[in-house]
Design a protein around this ligand. Structure first.
Ligand SMILES: NC(=O)c1ccc[n+]([C@@H]2O[C@H](COP(=O)([O-])OP(=O)(O)OC[C@H]3O[C@@H](n4cnc5c(N)ncnc54)[C@H](OP(=O)(O)O)[C@@H]3O)[C@@H](O)[C@H]2O)c1
Length: 270
C-alpha cells in the first residue's frame, strides 16, 4: 500500500514517514519550503493552497491512505483551505484520510474535553483548525480527525525549543496555560494505526498528564540537565493575549481503541 504524508518535512510528518518506511510501506512525502524527507521516502514539493496541484499529485500517487499535517500558525489559507484541498483530493482518489487537528480549537475550561465536543475557538489559529475540521468532515465524513496537544520529543520539537529558550532567558512560559503533551513517536504510531482503521470523526490523541507550560519547562530542564532556576515564567491572564487557558483532552477513547500507549509527560520527560 502507498501512504502519502502531506508535510513530511514537518516534525510529526517526518516521524510518521520513518515509522511507515520501517514497516515496509511505500511512502510518498511532501515538503513546501524545506526540501527533504526521511530516508526511504519519495519526496515531492507541494503547496497545499494550490488546489489543482494537490489534486494532480494525489491522482498521480494513488495512495491508499493520506496523512494530512500542514499548518501555518498565522496563515488561514494553509491551515484551513489547505486542509480542505487535501481532503477533496483524497476523497476524489478514494483514499483513507487522517487529518491532524488541534486542542487549540477549544476555548478552554476546567473540565476535560471529550472527543465529540464541538469547537469553540477564541483565537485565529484555533478558528482555522476548527474551519479545517468542518471542511474535512463535509468532504469526507469517514475521515479521522486527530485532535492532539503539544507535541514533544527531542530538540526538533517546537514545544521543547520554546522551553529551552525560556530556560536560557529568552521568552517566558505561562504558569496558567494547561495542555496534555504527547510524544511525537506515540502520536505517529497512533496516526498510522488510525490510517489502517475505519475510525470516523474527531478523536482526542494526547497524553494523560495535564501540565502548565511552565511545568513542561521544568521537566525539559530535568531531561536536558539544565538549571531550572533560569526559567522565566508569566501568566496568560496578565499577558493580554487571547488564548485558550486550560485545555485538557480526554484521550480515554483513543487509549482503549489503539494498541499504541499514549504516555504522559511525566513518564516521557521525568
Ligand atoms: N506542534 C504541536 O505542538 C501541535 C499541537 C497541536 C496540534 N498540532 C498539529 O499537528 C500537525 C503537525 O504539527 P507539527 O508541529 O509536526 O508541524 P510542523 O513541524 O510545523 O510541520 C508543518 C508542515 O506543514 C508544511 N507546510 C507548511 N505550509 C505548507 C504549504 N503551503 N503547503 C504544503 N505544506 C506546507 C511544512 O512544510 P515545509 O516545512 O517544507 O514548509 C511542514 O512539513 C499540525 O496540523 C498542527 O496543527 C501540532
Amino acid at each position: 500500500m502507498t501512504l502519502l504524508v502531506v508535510g513530511a518535512s514537518g516534525y510529526l510528518g517526518g516521524e510518521v514517514c520513518r515509522r511507515a518506511v520501517a514497516a515496509g510501506q511505500r511512502v510518498v512525502g511532501t515538503y513546501h519550503a524545506n526540501p527533504g524527507a526521511p530516508a526511504g521516502v519519495e519526496a515531492r514539493r507541494l503547496d497545499v493552497t494550490d488546489r489543482a496541484a494537490v489534486r494532480a499529485l494525489v491522482a498521480a500517487v494513488r495512495p491508499a491512505a493520506v496523512v494530512s499535517t500542514p499548518y501555518r500558525y498565522d496563515d488561514w489559507t494553509v491551515t484551513a483551505d489547505g486542509a480542505a484541498n487535501v481532503a477533496y483530493a483524497a476523497a476524489e482518489a478514494g483514499a483513507r484520510l487522517v487529518h491532524l487537528s488541534s486542542d487549540a480549537l477549544h476555548a478552554g475550561r476546567p473540565e476535560p474535553y471529550a472527543d465529540a465536543d464541538v469547537p469553540t475557538p477564541v483565537f485565529a489559529y484555533g478558528a482555522a483548525k476548527a474551519a479545517a475540521e468542518t471542511a474535512v468532515r463535509a468532504v469526507d465524513p469517514g475521515a479521522a480527525l486527530v485532535r492532539t496537544s503539544l507535541i514533544v520529543g527531542d530538540e526538533r520539537s517546537k514545544q521543547v525549543r520554546l522551553c529551552l529558550a525560556a530556560l536560557a532567558g529568552r521568552g517566558a512560559l505561562f504558569t496558567d496555560e494547561l495542555r496534555c503533551p504527547v510524544d511525537v513517536g506515540d502520536l505517529a504510531a497512533a496516526v498510522l494505526e488510525l490510517a489502517a482503521s475505519d475510525y470516523a470523526g474527531p478523536l482526542n490523541v494526547a497524553g494523560p498528564d495535564a501540565v502548565s507550560r511552565a511545568e513542561l519547562g521544568l521537566l525539559v530542564a530535568r531531561r536536558f540537565g539544565l538549571d531550572p532556576g533560569g526559567l522565566r515564567t508569566a501568566t496568560s491572564a496578565a499577558s493580554g493575549l487571547v488564548r485558550p487557558v486550560e485545555v485538557r483532552l480526554d484521550s480515554s477513547r483513543a487509549a482503549g481503541l489503539l494498541r499504541t500507549r499514549l504516555r504522559g509527560v511525566h513518564e516521557l520527560l521525568g
